[in-house]
Design a protein around this ligand. Structure first.
Ligand code: MEV
Length: 301
């Protein structure tokens, strides 16, 4: 049986969410699927995700292996003789929540193998142990979306508050540049002296609020304006790149309501909201810039 963790995009509020502000986020309609295959001859716990070129055992000395061990330890499961075979539909290190999706799918697979109940709290605690190793100071937004799916406002203090919206199409452009969430979170800490009172963090939090209202009344123009402003603030905090700026600029020039980087930045992905008839031109322009974008559907349930 397969076990899933979903990828995500952050529409508004990344980085500020680490300091307690709200983030407006949505699960993608794709993520990571894990199938546990018992190793009859025994041996240790391993993971094999061919599309990421990832093949590790829990004993290996790299961050994915340490994340795998952290999940097994958090669940108090030892090292069951299993190969967790993964099928990933999102790229790793692209700001689309791949590591959280992976950790959630692995947690679900291990709990199912041990015939233990997979409650959201148990999965979240185990996935958080892995995210801490991979990302340092994570807010938990990626894990919450990977488990629950849907669209919602996430705060560290209150968790994910989901709400229903009709389907919304979002253009997603993974830049292909690798980046480290931990390094970007550190960069923002330096730029703000780790102070939640920093005016840019406050404004990012306020934009998440006004953007949520706009999304709820389906005012995509207003949501797009908030996204544009958020991108400028994230750039001021030092987490954009010339390529991410260029991908957003061209999307806006070609008629997008709004565009911004999503996730930690420093590489990773951009998102854009655009009228349907403008989507092909934007994807074509991104392609010219070397980026294979796709259209994701969020909400709709
Ligand atoms: C990563 O998807 C979003 C950040 O805000 C980090 C986090 O919230 O864990 C950059």
């Amino acid at each position: 049986m397969s076990h899933i963790g979903l990828g995500k995009i952050i529409l508004l509020g990344e980085h500020a969410v680490v300091y307690g502000y709200p983030a407006l986020a949505a699960a993608l309609d794709r993520g990571v699927r894990i199938d546990p295959v018992p190793t009859p001859a025994g041996g240790t716990l391993r993971v094999d995700v061919p599309s990421w070129n990832l093949k590790v055992t829990a004993e290996d000395d790299n961050s994915f292996a340490q994340g795998l061990s952290a999940i097994a330890d958090a669940l108090d499961l030892g090292r069951p003789p299993l190969t967790l075979v993964g099928d990933a539909q999102i790229p790793p290190g692209a700001g689309l929540g791949a590591s959280a999706a992976f950790a959630v799918a692995v947690s679900r697979a291990l709990l199912a193998h041990a015939k233990r109940p997979a409650t959201p709290d148990t999965i979240a605690a185990a996935a958080a142990a892995s995210e801490k190793i991979l990302h340092g100071r994570a807010s938990g937004v990626d894990v919450a979306l990977a488990i629950a799916g849907g669209v919602g406002v996430y705060r560290k203090s209150t968790g994910l508050k989901p709400f229903a919206i009709p389907t919304l199409r979002v253009l997603v452009g993974p830049s292909g540049s690798p980046r480290s969430t931990a390094a970007m979170v550190d960069r923002v800490a330096q730029a703000t002296s780790s102070s939640a009172d920093d005016a840019r963090l406050k404004e990012l939090g306020a934009l998440a609020d006004t953007g949520t209202q706009a999304l709820m009344r389906r005012d995509i123009d207003a949501l797009g304006r908030d996204m544009n402003r958020a991108h400028a603030l994230l750039a001021e905090l030092g987490v954009s790149t010339p390529l991410l700026d260029a991908l957003c600029d061209v999307a806006r020039k070609l008629g997008a309501h709004g565009a911004k980087l999503t996730g930690a930045g420093g590489g990773g992905a951009v998102i854009a909201l655009a009228p349907r008839d403008k989507e092909p031109e934007i994807l074509a322009a991104w392609k010219t810039a070397g980026v294979s974008g796709f259209i994701a559907s969020i909400g709709g349930r």
